[in-house]
Design a protein around this ligand. Structure first.
Ligand SMILES: [Zn+2]
Length: 481
């Protein structure tokens, strides 16, 4: 017993130890504040002080000299389960994605695959300084998949909203699929009452209805009502995907049906009308733009800046790691430069040249941090560096050849930095990455297990002749080129 008590005492002491980020260039993302030199003291998971010259002898010190200290990135939309399928979607349209990802590859995922995809995907996010993920999880082939996918996020130590997806995958390998056609709702209830019962834990319960534009408004109302009964922290819906939505104006119909609410998170949304944006604004709901997907797949132009400028809670997302890397540097950069290009082209069309550039890089950084937190109503706790907030922090080195010199910290983060520059990461005050290494992760061992899962899923998908599936999908979108 004395040994057990000693061990418990050691654990408590380690967990409670203060962390001091010393001498960094702090970018708080508090509106109106600019970069400044300061230390940050983290105590019991929260930011306790931000000022130069903090003396904290007993603290775990991270030397942030010549480094940029910023809020951890908030990714408001990712299908984390697709981590095993990195690079398969390189040249895909949304049709290809529907056929080969949603209707083929997903059907080979076991519950263990769902765990590994979410564990490795969340670790990839942390490695890149993403401290919060909204996981739109539509790989739930059985109830065990939900448990395991959520456990993967929890084991990684990331902050997340796990959005339980009700999309009806039909597995092609033997699995224990319940006979009850409503089993997904029962499984969601079980997850909510069990693993994700807490609203103050790092991983919270959220919901992702079936494709909102592909079901009736009555079915969508049933799903959203169910999510609200369970107290979902966010309800993630793909909407307004340009030519793919066939002018259905889903958000307008949701408004007419009385479904709008602050818990809704609308994803993509490039084709949202001004009236629909006004509905979202009035409901205090959020938007997640995923520039890489929208630009590649012909969904229209990323809505992020248009939404933000109308006062809507707006963040960015990576979306599919089957196609792009899981960091927020590229969505920031691509969304910003594409928006600048469009605005410049608009001026050019009227014979004018831009005398000033819009939007500014700081707006991109805001979307990727505080804006993301706002989009899911977590901005009281995370998204900026302020005394009292939870300590979700990224420390970015500037000594690499591509970061030297870094005269402007915001410019360095938005237009120059890479995941390899991420020196340290804190989630809820816990150091999950330091000295450019994830803490407590044996990547070679995990990689070997992960690669076996990757190979098996891809081998399974290759056995399927997708011709008929594509023909059926084409009937759903008769106007495809
Ligand atoms: Zn998505």
């Amino acid at each position: 017993m004395p040994w057990a008590n000693l061990w418990i005492g050691v654990v408590i002491m380690v967990e409670a130890r203060d962390v001091l980020l010393r001498g960094g260039r702090v970018v708080t993302m508090v509106d109106g504040e600019s970069e400044r030199s300061a230390d940050i003291l983290v105590r019991a998971g929260r930011i306790a002080e931000i000022r130069p010259g903090i003396a904290a002898e007993a603290a775990d010190v991270i030397d942030a000299t010549d480094m940029i200290v910023a809020p951890g990135f908030v990714d408001t939309h990712r299908h984390v389960w697709q981590t095993q399928l990195r690079t398969v979607a390189t040249d895909w349209s949304l049709l290809d994605y529907l056929v080969h990802m949603r209707l083929v590859a997903s059907t080979f995922y076991t519950a263990d695959d769902a765990y590994l995809g979410n564990l490795v995907g969340a670790l990839e996010a942390l490695d890149a300084g993403v401290t919060t993920l909204v996981d739109h999880c539509h790989i739930l082939n059985t109830p065990d998949h939900a448990e395991e996918a959520a456990r993967g996020l929890q084991d990684a130590g990331i902050r997340a909203i796990f959005c339980f997806g009700t999309y009806a995958n039909a597995p092609r390998v033997p699995m224990d699929v319940p006979a009850d056609p409503d089993w997904r709702f029962r499984a969601a209830e079980g997850l909510r009452r069990g693993r994700l019962a807490s609203d103050s834990g790092l991983v919270r319960f959220g919901f992702a209805p079936q494709e909102a534009e592909a079901i009736t408004i009555e079915d969508l109302a049933r799903e959203i009502g169910f999510a609200r009964e369970l107290g979902a922290a966010a309800i993630s819906c793909h909407v307004a995907m340009g030519p793919y939505d066939s002018g259905s104006h889903c958000v307008a119909r949701m408004g007419e049906a009385g479904l709008m609410g602050p818990d809704l998170l609308f994803v993509h949304g490039a084709a949202l009308t001004d009236e629909e944006l006004a509905l979202i604004r009035a409901a205090d709901a959020g938007i997640s733009a995923t520039p890489e997907t929208e630009l590649q797949m012909g969904m229209g132009f990323p809505v992020a800046y248009r939404a933000r400028e109308q006062g809507i809670r707006t963040g960015l997302g990576v979306d599919i790691v089957s196609n792009y890397a899981g960091d927020m540097f590229m969505p920031m950069r691509l969304g910003l430069q594409a928006t600048r290009a469009a605005r410049n082209a608009e001026l050019g069309a009227s014979g004018k040249a831009p005398g000033r550039i819009s939007p500014l890089a700081v707006e991109a950084l805001r979307l990727a941090t505080l804006g993301g937190a706002e989009a899911v109503h977590m901005d009281a706790e995370i998204g900026s560096l302020a005394v009292g907030k939870r300590a979700d922090i990224v420390v970015v080195a500037t000594d690499a050849i591509h970061m030297t010199p870094a005269h402007d910290a915001v410019g360095a983060l938005v237009l120059n930095a890479r995941p390899s520059d991420v020196h340290a990461v804190l989630v809820d005050g816990r150091v999950v990455k330091r000295d450019c290494q994830l803490v407590g992760v044996d990547w070679p061992a995990l990689r070997a297990r992960f690669q076996r899962s990757c190979a098996r899923i891809v081998a399974g998908a290759r056995t399927v002749d997708a011709g008929e599936i594509e023909q059926a999908a084409r009937r759903f979108w008769p106007h495809l080129a």
